[in-house]
Design a protein around this ligand. Structure first.
Ligand code: HMH
Length: 219
Protein backbone atom coordinates (compact mmCIF):
# COMPACT_ATOMS: atom_id res chain seq x y z
CA UNK A 1 0.00 0.00 0.00
CA UNK A 2 0.86 3.71 -0.21
CA UNK A 3 2.22 4.07 3.34
CA UNK A 4 3.77 0.70 4.08
CA UNK A 5 5.94 0.08 1.01
CA UNK A 6 9.70 -0.19 1.21
CA UNK A 7 10.13 3.20 -0.49
CA UNK A 8 7.94 4.92 2.13
CA UNK A 9 9.99 3.27 4.90
CA UNK A 10 13.23 4.47 3.28
CA UNK A 11 11.86 8.00 2.84
CA UNK A 12 11.26 8.11 6.61
CA UNK A 13 14.55 6.38 7.49
CA UNK A 14 16.59 8.66 5.23
CA UNK A 15 14.47 11.80 5.64
CA UNK A 16 17.55 13.93 6.38
CA UNK A 17 19.32 12.91 3.15
CA UNK A 18 16.11 13.35 1.16
CA UNK A 19 15.59 16.82 2.61
CA UNK A 20 19.19 17.78 1.80
CA UNK A 21 18.53 16.80 -1.82
CA UNK A 22 15.13 18.50 -2.15
CA UNK A 23 15.61 21.61 0.06
CA UNK A 24 19.06 22.56 -1.19
CA UNK A 25 20.14 26.24 -0.81
CA UNK A 26 19.79 26.66 -4.60
CA UNK A 27 16.14 25.54 -4.45
CA UNK A 28 15.51 27.66 -1.33
CA UNK A 29 16.94 30.68 -3.21
CA UNK A 30 14.52 30.11 -6.10
CA UNK A 31 11.65 29.80 -3.63
CA UNK A 32 12.51 32.99 -1.71
CA UNK A 33 13.28 34.96 -4.87
CA UNK A 34 16.93 35.64 -4.01
CA UNK A 35 18.31 33.28 -6.70
CA UNK A 36 21.46 34.39 -8.51
CA UNK A 37 20.67 34.24 -12.23
CA UNK A 38 24.28 33.24 -13.05
CA UNK A 39 23.74 30.18 -10.82
CA UNK A 40 20.48 29.41 -12.59
CA UNK A 41 22.21 29.58 -15.98
CA UNK A 42 25.02 27.27 -14.77
CA UNK A 43 22.40 24.80 -13.57
CA UNK A 44 20.53 25.03 -16.91
CA UNK A 45 23.68 24.32 -18.97
CA UNK A 46 24.74 21.39 -16.82
CA UNK A 47 21.26 19.89 -16.55
CA UNK A 48 20.90 19.87 -20.35
CA UNK A 49 23.99 17.63 -20.54
CA UNK A 50 22.68 15.52 -17.66
CA UNK A 51 19.31 14.95 -19.34
CA UNK A 52 21.05 13.76 -22.52
CA UNK A 53 22.81 11.10 -20.42
CA UNK A 54 19.59 10.40 -18.51
CA UNK A 55 17.84 9.48 -21.81
CA UNK A 56 20.32 6.62 -22.31
CA UNK A 57 19.77 5.50 -18.71
CA UNK A 58 15.98 5.66 -19.19
CA UNK A 59 16.33 3.48 -22.31
CA UNK A 60 18.31 0.91 -20.29
CA UNK A 61 15.58 0.82 -17.62
CA UNK A 62 13.00 0.33 -20.38
CA UNK A 63 14.97 -2.65 -21.74
CA UNK A 64 15.11 -4.21 -18.25
CA UNK A 65 11.31 -3.73 -17.89
CA UNK A 66 10.73 -5.40 -21.29
CA UNK A 67 12.81 -8.41 -20.22
CA UNK A 68 10.73 -8.89 -17.05
CA UNK A 69 7.65 -10.39 -18.68
CA UNK A 70 5.25 -9.43 -15.82
CA UNK A 71 6.00 -5.75 -16.33
CA UNK A 72 3.92 -4.93 -19.41
CA UNK A 73 2.48 -1.80 -17.82
CA UNK A 74 5.90 -0.73 -16.48
CA UNK A 75 7.15 -0.76 -20.07
CA UNK A 76 4.34 1.59 -21.12
CA UNK A 77 4.97 4.02 -18.25
CA UNK A 78 8.69 4.13 -19.05
CA UNK A 79 8.08 4.57 -22.77
CA UNK A 80 5.88 7.59 -21.97
CA UNK A 81 8.64 8.89 -19.72
CA UNK A 82 11.18 8.64 -22.52
CA UNK A 83 8.84 10.44 -24.87
CA UNK A 84 8.51 13.24 -22.27
CA UNK A 85 12.33 13.47 -22.19
CA UNK A 86 12.26 14.28 -25.89
CA UNK A 87 10.06 17.31 -25.13
CA UNK A 88 12.36 18.13 -22.22
CA UNK A 89 15.44 18.37 -24.48
CA UNK A 90 13.52 20.70 -26.80
CA UNK A 91 12.49 22.76 -23.77
CA UNK A 92 16.14 23.10 -22.64
CA UNK A 93 17.07 24.46 -26.06
CA UNK A 94 14.32 27.08 -26.08
CA UNK A 95 14.92 27.99 -22.41
CA UNK A 96 18.67 28.42 -23.09
CA UNK A 97 17.88 30.72 -25.99
CA UNK A 98 15.56 32.75 -23.75
CA UNK A 99 18.44 33.28 -21.26
CA UNK A 100 21.10 33.87 -23.91
CA UNK A 101 22.86 30.64 -22.95
CA UNK A 102 24.67 28.64 -25.65
CA UNK A 103 24.38 24.89 -25.08
CA UNK A 104 26.76 23.84 -27.85
CA UNK A 105 30.02 24.74 -26.10
CA UNK A 106 29.17 23.54 -22.59
CA UNK A 107 31.54 21.07 -20.95
CA UNK A 108 30.37 18.94 -18.06
CA UNK A 109 31.58 19.88 -14.57
CA UNK A 110 33.16 17.16 -12.35
CA UNK A 111 29.93 16.57 -10.35
CA UNK A 112 28.00 16.13 -13.60
CA UNK A 113 30.61 13.73 -15.01
CA UNK A 114 30.53 11.77 -11.79
CA UNK A 115 26.71 11.54 -11.89
CA UNK A 116 26.77 10.47 -15.56
CA UNK A 117 29.41 7.79 -14.80
CA UNK A 118 27.16 6.55 -11.99
CA UNK A 119 24.23 6.32 -14.44
CA UNK A 120 26.51 4.42 -16.83
CA UNK A 121 27.30 1.88 -14.10
CA UNK A 122 23.55 1.35 -13.53
CA UNK A 123 23.06 0.63 -17.25
CA UNK A 124 25.01 -2.63 -17.03
CA UNK A 125 23.06 -5.82 -17.80
CA UNK A 126 24.03 -7.21 -14.40
CA UNK A 127 22.17 -4.45 -12.56
CA UNK A 128 18.75 -5.74 -11.51
CA UNK A 129 15.56 -4.03 -12.70
CA UNK A 130 14.66 -3.40 -9.02
CA UNK A 131 17.83 -1.33 -8.53
CA UNK A 132 17.43 0.53 -11.83
CA UNK A 133 13.72 1.41 -11.48
CA UNK A 134 14.27 2.63 -7.91
CA UNK A 135 17.17 4.85 -9.02
CA UNK A 136 15.01 6.15 -11.87
CA UNK A 137 12.16 6.92 -9.46
CA UNK A 138 14.55 8.70 -7.05
CA UNK A 139 16.13 10.86 -9.78
CA UNK A 140 12.75 12.06 -11.05
CA UNK A 141 11.31 12.48 -7.55
CA UNK A 142 14.11 14.73 -6.27
CA UNK A 143 13.29 17.20 -9.05
CA UNK A 144 9.53 16.83 -8.56
CA UNK A 145 9.73 17.48 -4.83
CA UNK A 146 12.28 20.32 -5.16
CA UNK A 147 10.46 22.28 -7.85
CA UNK A 148 6.96 21.66 -6.44
CA UNK A 149 8.25 23.34 -3.25
CA UNK A 150 9.06 26.46 -5.32
CA UNK A 151 5.43 26.59 -6.53
CA UNK A 152 3.67 26.46 -3.14
CA UNK A 153 1.41 29.45 -2.46
CA UNK A 154 3.78 31.07 0.05
CA UNK A 155 6.71 30.89 -2.38
CA UNK A 156 8.25 34.02 -3.91
CA UNK A 157 9.65 32.31 -7.00
CA UNK A 158 10.50 34.92 -9.66
CA UNK A 159 8.02 34.94 -12.54
CA UNK A 160 10.78 34.12 -15.11
CA UNK A 161 11.54 30.87 -13.25
CA UNK A 162 7.97 29.67 -12.79
CA UNK A 163 7.96 27.78 -16.09
CA UNK A 164 11.11 25.88 -15.11
CA UNK A 165 9.58 24.96 -11.76
CA UNK A 166 6.35 23.84 -13.44
CA UNK A 167 8.31 21.56 -15.78
CA UNK A 168 9.00 19.19 -12.81
CA UNK A 169 6.72 20.60 -10.13
CA UNK A 170 3.43 20.15 -11.99
CA UNK A 171 0.71 17.74 -10.80
CA UNK A 172 0.99 15.38 -13.79
CA UNK A 173 4.73 14.93 -13.16
CA UNK A 174 3.86 14.29 -9.50
CA UNK A 175 1.44 11.58 -10.57
CA UNK A 176 4.10 10.05 -12.85
CA UNK A 177 6.55 9.95 -9.91
CA UNK A 178 3.98 8.21 -7.71
CA UNK A 179 3.43 5.63 -10.48
CA UNK A 180 7.20 5.04 -10.61
CA UNK A 181 7.17 4.69 -6.81
CA UNK A 182 4.51 1.94 -7.02
CA UNK A 183 6.56 0.17 -9.69
CA UNK A 184 9.68 0.30 -7.49
CA UNK A 185 7.72 -0.91 -4.44
CA UNK A 186 6.26 -3.83 -6.40
CA UNK A 187 9.77 -4.92 -7.41
CA UNK A 188 11.16 -4.48 -3.90
CA UNK A 189 8.28 -6.53 -2.45
CA UNK A 190 9.45 -9.64 -4.34
CA UNK A 191 13.21 -8.95 -4.30
CA UNK A 192 15.71 -11.05 -2.29
CA UNK A 193 17.46 -9.43 0.68
CA UNK A 194 20.75 -8.72 -1.08
CA UNK A 195 18.98 -6.88 -3.92
CA UNK A 196 16.97 -4.84 -1.39
CA UNK A 197 20.23 -3.84 0.35
CA UNK A 198 21.83 -2.91 -2.97
CA UNK A 199 18.77 -0.87 -3.95
CA UNK A 200 18.78 1.07 -0.67
CA UNK A 201 22.49 1.89 -1.15
CA UNK A 202 21.79 3.03 -4.71
CA UNK A 203 18.93 5.26 -3.51
CA UNK A 204 21.32 6.96 -1.06
CA UNK A 205 23.93 7.36 -3.83
CA UNK A 206 21.32 9.11 -5.99
CA UNK A 207 20.56 11.56 -3.16
CA UNK A 208 24.29 12.31 -2.74
CA UNK A 209 24.74 12.83 -6.50
CA UNK A 210 21.73 15.17 -6.58
CA UNK A 211 23.18 17.28 -3.73
CA UNK A 212 26.55 17.50 -5.54
CA UNK A 213 24.70 18.47 -8.71
CA UNK A 214 22.85 21.36 -7.00
CA UNK A 215 26.18 22.44 -5.47
CA UNK A 216 27.54 23.04 -9.00
CA UNK A 217 25.20 26.01 -9.39
CA UNK A 218 27.40 27.95 -6.92
CA UNK A 219 30.12 28.02 -9.62
C1 HMH B 1 20.41 16.32 -11.98
N1 HMH B 1 18.32 15.15 -11.61
C2 HMH B 1 19.02 15.99 -12.37
N2 HMH B 1 18.49 16.53 -13.48
C3 HMH B 1 17.22 16.23 -13.85
N3 HMH B 1 16.71 16.80 -14.96
C4 HMH B 1 16.45 15.36 -13.05
C5 HMH B 1 17.05 14.82 -11.92
C6 HMH B 1 15.02 15.01 -13.35
O1 HMH B 1 14.85 14.42 -14.53
Amino acid sequence: DECGGTIEIWLRKHALNFTRATRHPFILSIRDGSVDIASFKRWLEQDYLFVRAFVAFAASVLIKACKESENGSDMEVLLQGISALSDELAWFKSEAEKWGVSLSGVSPQPANLSYCRFLDSLMSQEVEYTVAITAFWAIETVYQDSFAYCLEVESKTPHELKETCKRWGNAAFGHYCRTLQKMANRQLHKAPGDVIKKTEATFLQVLDKEIDFWNMSHG
